[in-house]
Design a protein around this ligand. Structure first.
Ligand code: SDX
Length: 424
């Protein structure tokens, strides 16, 4: 539980004083408990939740000023380079990194749940072949609840835990199939002899005609690291959506589907796709100066830059850039879009417009270049983000259900019409 500090904030209102308790966490700012403001007949007002801690959590900590991201206390750069994605999943779900035995057991559990009911494959046929893969994911993931009626009691911890495993295990299968469907290729089924990221890339790019298809280990390692870099990020918009949906008692598949929907926006997880389209639009380094003037005139945003919390480098962007260099070198790719991205970054980091607003590259700025090098099509970039983030969403959903919670129900400042009567 949070530490009640004994300290209090005093609000003076209409000649009265309201004492508001202050709590301290392990790291980060203290919080002021404002629920007693209600008794005064007032609401607090914080559109966009700029200064609002919506819950207590032990999963992830971000220091936006220092560019720090910790998962259960471990820095993201250590997890991304010294652990694999499933170890990070275990850590987020259980609070500790797994022992070798725990890892083997967890990996086996996930591996044994990668298949989906064969009826699920029929959902895809309802979509046009040119459907955006995120539209397919929203629909198909939400529909999964129809296949697990015997394990949807959210009060049952065993049901909650098996659901977490099922979602982590099945998301790659559904993600790969959402791609295969749009390119008109037959679905490739998961294999128990492949690692998590390797299995995903195999389902993405193998075909029945190429029986000996092998995933490049360099790409599998990069894919696994990208999943880790997207695993969780505190109370971001999509995670907050999952928590809000979960607070109504909605089933976990519906909650994760709501997270996928929220992630799709270009201000959030859709930014990685938007970065590549921005780089395509700019075309070459010669056009950067003109583009930056459009940004300053607020005609466009520099996608992949800026963050609600980070007012310093996003630590994930640093690891992503390092991975980008490794993958492009290993593949012998000289991608002009990387050069273009680096020129944009160099200019932005020295331009007062961006420096004054503390706009730095975020997780989405370089991810698209690696994903393109791996062979992932642009409209699949946000699906990759959703795949990696599913463990974060379900970890927060589990944390919320592990202790008493109330339905989330914000209020408003009403500035509409006062009561009036219909006059005929
Ligand atoms: C993710 O929350 C999370 O943790 C999200 C995430 C996660 O892992 O879950 O980290 C993933 O969503 C990363 C962010 C991806 N989005 C983008 O790259 C899209 C481009 N970025 C912007 O849309 C914006 O920076 C946000 C949405 C990310 C943050 O917006 P805020 O916190 O509401 O900031 P703001 O809009 O108030 O911006 C402050 C100023 C404004 O200028 P002024 O009004 O002060 O003159 O900075 C400007 C903005 O116009 N600004 C930008 C900019 N981002 C902010 N100007 C140009 N390009 C940008 N990208």
């Amino acid at each position: 539980m949070s530490a009640a500090t004994g300290k209090k904030a005093v609000l003076q209102l209409d000649g009265k004083e309201i004492e508001l308790p202050i709590y301290s966490g392990t790291l980060g700012p203290d919080v002021i408990d404002v629920k007693d403001v209600l008794a005064s007949g007032h609401f607090t007002f914080d559109p966009g939740f700029m200064a609002t801690a919506a819950c207590e959590s032990k999963i992830t900590f971000i220091d936006g000023d220092k560019g720090v991201l910790l998962h259960r206390g471990y820095p993201i750069d250590q997890l991304a380079t010294q652990a694999d994605y499933l170890e990070t999943c275990y850590l987020l779900l259980n609070g500790e990194l797994p022992t070798a035995e725990q890892k083997a057991e967890f990996d086996a559990k996930v591996r044994n749940h990668t298949m989906v009911h064969d009826q699920v494959s029929r959902f895809f046929n309802g979509f046009r072949r040119d459907a955006h893969p995120m539209a397919i994911m929203v629909g198909v993931v939400g529909a999964l609840s129809a296949f697990y009626h015997n394990a949807l009691d959210i009060e049952d911890v065993n049901h909650r835990e098996i659901t977490a495993i099922r979602l982590i295990a099945k998301i790659p299968t559904l993600a790969a199939w959402s791609y295969k469907y749009t390119v008109g290729q037959p679905f490739i089924y998961p294999r128990n002899d492949l690692g998590y990221a390797e299995n995903f890339l195999h389902m993405m790019f193998a075909t029945p005609a190429d029986r000996d298809y092998k995933v490049n280990p360099v790409l599998a390692k990069a894919m696994d690291r990208i999943f880790t870099l997207h695993a969780d990020h505190e109370q971001n918009a999509s995670t907050s959506t999952v928590r809000l949906a979960g607070s109504t008692g909605a089933n976990p598949y519906a909650c994760i589907s709501s997270g996928i929907s929220a992630l799709w926006g270009p201000a959030h997880g859709g930014a990685n796709e938007a970065v590549l389209r921005m780089l395509d639009e700019i075309g070459s380094v010669e056009n950067v100066a003109e583009f930056m003037e459009k940004v300053k005139r607020k005609e466009v945003k520099l996608m992949g830059f800026g963050h609600r919390v980070y007012k310093n480098f996003d630590p994930r962007a640093k690891v992503m850039k390092q991975t980008c260099d490794e993958v492009l070198e290993a593949l012998g790719i000289n991608d002009p879009q990387l050069e273009l991205a680096m020129e944009l970054e160099k200019i932005a980091l020295n331009d007062p417009y961006f420096v004054e607003r503390k706009l730095y590259p975020n997780v989405d700025f370089y991810s698209g270049i690696i994903l393109k090098a791996i062979g992932i099509p642009t409209d699949m970039f946000t699906v990759i983000f959703a795949l990696g983030r599913t463990v974060g969403w379900i970890s927060h959903w589990l944390e919320m259900h592990a202790s008493p919670y109330k339905i989330g129900r914000p209020r408003q400042l009403y500035t509409g019409e006062a009561q009036r009567d219909i006059k005929r």
